[in-house]
Design a protein around this ligand. Sequence first.
Ligand code: SF4
Length: 79
Amino acid sequence: MSAPKSLESVFIDVRIAEPAASDVELAKTLEEVCPVSIFKATDSGSEIVSGQLDECVLCNLCIEAAPDGAVTIVKKYEQ
Ligand code: SF4
């Protein structure tokens, strides 16, 4: 078994569907609500900070802040 790449998450993946991913205002909100800095607001929307993914505490604040179904938290260990 090979070691995971440093920027690749082992346990959690976070996905943002379009058009929410390109929503600059939503990007700022997501950056603000996530306690472990998984979202980064940019001029073109949200970026996922891969190195932080496994810090996700499953608080669902991002899901509640985004339009229905826009943000998905994937628990890789359940797959
Ligand atoms: S569930 Fe919580 S910790 Fe995980 S990405 Fe969303 S806001 Fe961040």
